[in-house]
Design a protein around this ligand. Sequence first.
Ligand code: GTP
Ligand code: MG
Length: 199
Amino acid sequence: LFAGDWQFIWASPSIETLPPMAGVEVAFAGRSNVGKSSLINALTGRNALARTSHTPGRTQELIFFEGPDNMGFRLVDMPGYGYASAPKAKVASWTALIHKFLQGRASLARVYVLIDARHGLKEVDLDVLKTLDKSAVSYQVVLTKADQVKPAELEQRVVDIKAALAKHPAAFPDILVTSSRTGAGMPELRAAMARLLAE
Ligand code: GTP
Ligand code: MG
């Protein structure tokens, strides 16, 4: 699944211009700069498939990538939420787009909610979890940038997030720990998606 060639198929700045629903879609949500686009590149083994940047606010649309062999598998890169220094109107429109997409997409089979291992869950993340609780989509928390945190701190972060997730019965109780830089957690994440596609 992840060995073949992935390609960009669609970019949508609004909920009105999405591609027709098809196949199995997996979306990556998270605060600005958490590493959504980098994770897509690490997963697909394509360095510059999704555009990444040092500065938050890089991804400004819903970006769809299609997997190899017409298997009908798609990854969706999303704009980040909670980007404090972007113009207010932009933040509001991205946030609305994200919440609408997460609530109303029948082809969306799984959402990965990315959380920076250095920062843990923030209020804006909890808002997204609430939206996902109301939608029918299964979702799981993925810690990113694990390479930036000492093992003991990482362990504590995992414990804290699992405790918070207990209030969100729709969430997977387990979380995945990843680093796009070292490749940690990629095999597990790829395996989870392969299982999803096989369902
Ligand atoms: P927006 O599109 O702006 O919301 O950001 P994003 O969530 O797509 O983040 P992006 O992938 O663009 O990465 C943001 C920054 O974090 C870049 O400088 C990446 O190099 C860095 N980064 C991403 N993943 C990792 C990681 O696993 N480890 C480290 N150390 N840095 C990472
Ligand atoms: Mg991005």
